[in-house]
Design a protein. Structure first.
Length: 420
């Protein structure tokens, strides 16, 4: 089984050299999970091209009212032992510079993540992958235990010494480079997606054999003493990929940026970070893990010949960072899920909620496994009290459901009981 798996991954790695790269080239398998959902397993084995780099762009001044917004202080790291782990490190570095200061606690730059990784040398970043001799580390770290060369399935520690405990880097928790732990070749990280296009929240359905990188990044964040908001980390195909009608949209990407959240951008065989947008031609500003510069791509298009197919979303619980409507005064949240009634109900459920200022509002119903049942509200609403009605289709079975209200970076969750 592992020999077959390795041959598939090596084929993917070699195919990344070709010009035409589609997401289908990186789907390891498609299966039906315990909820009856059809799931794609995708390997991201991306490594930087030897010579080619994409054009560098200047960042515009942020002006959301004019359709342009850019998050500040998002680090640009070059490739550090896996593009997915490097992208996660850039996202963590952004939060480290915006009040979540325990993301990085090393000696460099006064304990604050710098805006690029040149202080550690090309291809080194302790937030992505710890390495003995770098950033004051005097014992073996991630690189020492798991890395041989791109595409390798050999973990140096295996049969020779005890591997280190997961601690300070994203690659540890995401399973990157770890063949004997999570069946990932060097450079590789695995992600899972609902083929329907709906979000796949914090997926753990293939553990203990394989780890979803999105779930692993959540574990890293929690290891630093922080938490993810309710239903706040997920992988999702973009709208239209493989004909889906429920995927992640450019407007949703804009919402994430406007509420201070960088997004992991998935293109065929490669992970990057989206940190800004321009409504003109649906442009996304990115750090591509190949250099320390700013770049741009069209949403749903391709980048360096690699087709855009998905995203990874990570919403930390806590106070708003930047760019969003503030929904707290004096530490008291003003976003309120006022009532869910009648509860229990049979035919129709009324959901009343209040927001203190105009903002984007998402109101959705999920089952207890986190599967989206129906999206009730997805629009910008004025301040005040609002009511939505859920009239479930006849095929929706009786049982307990979650009503999730999202406004800005804040979430409120309630429960309802549908009678048969």
């Amino acid at each position: 089984m592992k020999k077959h798996f390795l041959s598939v991954l090596v084929f993917f790695l070699l195919s990344s050299i070709s010009n035409a790269q589609t997401p289908e080239d990186y789907i390891v398998r498609t299966f039906v999970d315990s909820n009856g959902d059809k799931i794609d397993e995708i390997i991201v084995p991306g490594q930087p091209p030897d010579h080619h780099r994409e054009p560098v762009v200047e960042l515009p001044d942020p002006s959301p009212s004019d359709g342009v917004n850019i998050l500040s202080s998002v680090p640009a790291f070059n490739w550090c032992y896996g593009c997915s782990a490097t992208s996660a490190a850039m996202i963590a570095g952004y939060y480290d510079n915006h009040g979540f200061s325990n993301m990085y606690t090393g000696p460099t730059n006064g304990g604050v993540v710098p805006m690029n990784n040149s202080a550690w040398g090309y291809g080194e970043c302790p937030l992505s992958a710890t390495h003995m001799g770098y950033d004051g580390l005097s014992v073996r770290g991630h690189v020492d235990d798991y890395w041989v060369s791109s595409g390798s399935s050999g973990d140096p520690y295996y049969g020779n010494w005890t591997q280190h405990s997961y601690e300070d880097c994203t690659a540890d928790y995401m399973g990157t480079n770890q063949y004997y732990n999570w069946q990932n070749i060097d450079g590789g990280t695995t992600f899972y997606y609902n083929t329907s296009g709906t979000p796949l929240y914090d997926y753990t359905g293939c553990e203990p054999d394989k780890r979803d990188g999105c779930h692993g990044f959540r574990l890293f964040i929690e290891s630093r003493g922080y938490s993810i908001a309710s239903l706040g980390n997920y992988n999702q195909y973009i709208l239209g990929y493989n004909g889906n009608t429920e995927g992640f949209t450019f407007d949703q990407f804009k919402d994430e940026i406007d509420t201070g959240c960088p997004v992991m951008i998935q293109i065929a065989g490669h992970s990057m970070v989206g940190f800004g947008y321009d409504d003109n031609d649906s442009k996304v500003y990115i750090h591509d893990t190949w250099d320390h510069s700013n770049h741009i791509m069209n949403w749903g298009g391709s980048y360096s010949g690699m087709v855009h197919y998905g995203v990874g979303v990570f919403n930390l619980a806590g106070t708003a960072i930047e760019g969003e409507t503030e929904l707290e005064i004096g530490g008291a949240p003003l976003l309120v899920l006022n009532s869910i009634s009648p509860n229990p109900f049979s035919d129709a459920l009324s959901v009343t909620y209040s927001i203190p200022a105009e903002t984007m509002v998402h109101l959705s119903v999920f089952d207890l496994s986190g599967r989206l049942i129906e999206e009730l509200i997805d629009e910008r609403l004025p301040a005040g009290s609002h009511t939505a009605i859920w009239t479930p289709d006849h095929g929706i079975p009786g049982g307990c459901y979650l009503v999730v209200l999202n406004a800005g970076r804040h979430r409120e969750t309630g429960r309802c009981l549908k009678l048969n």
